[in-house]
Ligand binder design. Structure first.
Ligand code: FES
Length: 193
């Protein structure tokens, strides 16, 4: 990759990072957005699998649930978001997800069981802050992703970490399984049920 390409990719992501301030206002009513994370005592104590109904999650939205005291994101990706994932592999530290940050069934280019939905532990692999969701995809400008304002780490919409940031690994994909088209379980899967 040339220096120009690197600069372009930085700019592409930063457009998303800076435009999110305006973006939140536009999408705030529709998107379940968690600004900061304070897990409940119940979630901390439990650690049990969590059932999640995703029937109200629209394309392009993120929802957050608690599992083992951690925020777990469910993101419903649009075709544009999925296309963006394929265009940035050279900009990523571990594009093939070779490090063990996901179960075997999510070790694929989209890091998910179904292309449309990705399930991620919303904890930065640097020092544990919770990154912000940047949903905006504009061709040739921004591919969207997750931005960690603590020290500037960036992840794509499959939770894959970009190069030249402090975070050393992709975001974790927790064990999960689909019960039917609109219900999934986080914390349990078919291999370990
Ligand atoms: S905790 Fe995310 S960049 Fe440091």
């Amino acid at each position: 990759m040339t220096k120009d390409d690197v600069n372009k990719s930085r700019r592409r992501f930063l457009v998303g990072a800076t435009s999110v301030v305006g973006g939140i206002g536009a999408i705030g009513a529709a998107v379940p957005f968690v600004a900061s994370w304070n897990p409940s005592a119940k979630a901390k104590a439990a650690g049990a699998p969590v059932k999640v109904n995703i029937s109200k999650l629209e394309p392009g939205q993120q929802m957050t649930v608690e599992w083992r005291g951690k925020p777990v994101w469910v993101v419903r990706r649009t075709p544009e978001m999925l296309k963006g994932l394929d265009s940035i592999t050279e900009e990523l530290q571990d594009p093939q997800s070779e490090k063990l940050q996901q179960p075997a069934y999510a070790q694929n280019p989209h890091r998910s069981i179904k292309d449309e939905y990705v399930i991620l532990v919303g904890i930065c692999t640097h020092l544990g802050c919770s990154p912000k969701f940047l949903p905006e995809v504009i061709p040739d400008e921004t591919v969207g992703g997750f931005y960690c304002p603590c020290h500037g780490s960036k992840f794509d919409l499959a939770g894959r970490v970009f190069k030249d940031v402090p975070a050393p690994k992709n975001l974790e994909v927790p064990p999960h399984m689909y019960v039917d088209d609109v219900n999934l379980i986080v914390g349990e899967d078919k291999e370990n049920a």
